[in-house]
Design a protein around this ligand. Structure first.
Ligand code: FAD
Ligand code: NAD
Length: 468
């Protein structure tokens, strides 16, 4: 029987990063993945394919609706969905093969099949379709089995017309009318893809705000801007059912007045969150305890109630984000070898890859109010940015929240062009506990979108913005 120092179950961004860090630290490491391709949700049916389609659809939208104002004319513009989806598949393939290469480079044994506990130090690996299982012995286990789309019990998803994000990444036609249940991250990213390609898109959201967990100002501005590409929003609508007849889907919802509202379309995307995934792991055999909502319970070292068994990523508490899972993978590997790593969960940024992009880090204004914290606000709109005017991306703003007394930056919330990358400056500043004035006094290249961060920090510092 093969023996390992560490066995990682699940090859998503949590699992494969944990495995690499373990190997770097000299631990004999195995990685168990039930599917034939590595990379988990993120690489196969999440972050990477969605961004490939967001980029493709953005090119089409620009060619269709933006090029003309730059003086560029195009005749006979077409969308070839087969080619777009095949390109996306190629992007995914290159990425998952890259992970395979990294496993070989780091001498990690990849074991393909469903991993299940036999006891706390033994795991069986059974091929997905059944067949002979192999067993291994291991000193430590890192559970990184991720999540699956939440299922609404009153909706029968046929995965053809009533679909999850997985199928939404594979539609080989432009829908006529896509009804999206949920105005969260997945709902808005996929709504953007198909609205840009010419579909009518209706987003039906339970709350009165889009992306409700982010700073409220961001959802408000995003709703306004996405409305400009034709997406219709039905806020404070609780979906109560969805049925299919032929190629027609009918979605019912209850609005804020308690009235029943009906939507008819050809596709319905259910995007109401994701749930931790532990099916098939046989956690009971190892005695691993769970907590609410199907998550594995962990302590501050990300160790379960069983010594030597850890859990990371979407399967435990916290934001369901690839970079959160990655940080936790590194954290556990370093903990196993006796190091004292640290994760500052407050400074894990959240990003929505719509256009304009949306990003936030630190406390939201709503959280600061709730805490009764004295804070000041510095805001800078992209319409006052020379770089944004040059590219025509003048929607959005950067908002900096700083401690009223010490000027320490407490939160940064942005909506605008390329801010998925720009938020990294805010994370760096906050990780070093910078004041708004610290950032305001740093040189930012001109003309860049990043100048909006400097200007918002200037605005927070005695209202000293220069270009506003
Ligand atoms: P996962 O990536 O879910 O990987 C878990 C792996 O474990 C899977 O490969 C699964 O097959 C395997 N597994 C499960 N059980 C077993 C078992 N018993 N034996 C063997 N293998 C098993 N996050 C971002 O940060 N940025 C984004 O832009 C982004 N976009 C997204 C877009 C979409 C459409 C979706 C659905 C998600 C997106 N996410 C994004 C979220 C991100 O994908 C997840 O947070 C991330 O993948 C979680 O990583 P993980 O390692 O915890 O689990
Ligand atoms: P979400 O939690 O972001 O949004 C779900 C939305 O559905 C919420 O706004 C909720 O109010 C709404 N909702 C729930 N029940 C409803 C009902 N009956 N009727 C109408 N609306 C209802 O979840 P998601 O968009 O499915 O994304 C799942 C996870 O994947 C998120 O946690 C996110 O972190 C991750 N993800 C991240 C990215 C990114 O980082 N860019 C992209 C995609 C997904």
């Amino acid at each position: 029987m093969n023996q390992y120092d560490v066995t990682v179950v699940g090859s998503g961004p949590g699992g494969y990063v944990a495995a690499i860090r373990c190997a770097q630290l000299g631990l004999k490491t195995a990685l168990i993945e039930k599917y034939p391709t590595l990379g988990g949700t993120c690489l196969n049916v999440g972050c990477i394919p969605s961004k490939a389609l967001l980029d493709s659809s953005e090119h089409y939208h620009n060619a269709h609706s933006v090029f003309a104002e730059h003086g560029i004319g195009l005749d006979n513009l077409t969308v070839d969905m087969n080619r777009m989806i095949d390109r996306k598949a190629g992007v995914v393939k290159a990425n998952v093969e890259g992970i395979g290469y990294l496993m070989k480079k780091n001498k990690i044994d990849v074991l393909t099949g469903v991993g299940a506990f036999v006891d706390k130090n033994h795991l069986s690996i059974t091929p997905l379709g059944g067949g002979e299982a192999q067993q291994i012995e291991t000193k430590n286990v890192i559970i990184a089995t991720g999540s699956k789309p939440t299922v609404l019990p009153f909706i029968a998803q046929d995965k053809q017309r009533i679909i999850t994000s997985t199928e939404a990444l594979n539609i080989r036609e432009v829908p006529k009318h896509m009804i999206v249940i949920g105005g969260g991250v997945i709902g808005l990213e996929m709504a953007s893809v198909y609205a840009r390609l010419g579909a009518k898109v209706s987003v039906v959201e339970f709350m009165d705000s889009l992306i409700p967990t982010m700073d409220r100002g961001l959802g408000k501005e995003l709703k306004r801007v996405l409305g400009k590409i034709g997406i219709e929003f039905f806020m404070s609508h609780k979906v109560t059912g969805a049925t299919r007849e032929g190629d027609t889907v009918t979605v019912t919802a209850t609005n804020a007045k308690g009235e029943e509202v009906t939507f008819e379309g050809d596709y319905c995307l259910v995007a109401v969150g994701r749930a931790p995934y532990t099916a098939g792991l046989n956690l009971e055999a190892a005695g691993v305890a769970m907590e609410e909502r199907g998550r594995i319970k962990v302590d501050e070292h990300l160790q379960t109630n069983v010594p030597g068994i850890y859990a990371i990523g979407d399967v435990i508490r916290g934001a369901m984000l690839a970079h959160k899972a990655e940080e936790e993978g590194v954290f556990v590997a370093e903990t196993i070898v006796g190091q004292k790593p640290h994760i500052n969960y407050l400074l894990i940024p959240g990003v929505v890859y719509t256009w304009p992009e949306v990003a936030g880090v630190g406390y939201t204004e709503e959280q600061l109010k709730e805490q009764g914290k004295a804070y000041k606000v510095g805001s800078f709109p992209f319409k006052a940015s020379g770089r944004a005017r040059a590219s025509g991306d003048t929607d959005g703003f950067v908002k900096v929240l700083a401690d009223k007394t010490t000027d320490e930056i407490l939160g940064v919330h942005m909506i605008g062009p390329r801010i998925a990358d720009l938020i990294a400056e805010a994370v760096t500043a906050m990780e070093f506990r910078a004041s708004a004035e610290d950032v305001a006094r740093m040189s930012h290249s001109h003309p860049t979108y990043a100048e909006a961060m400097k200007e918002a920090c200037l605005a927070a510092t005695e209202n000293r913005a220069i270009h506003m």
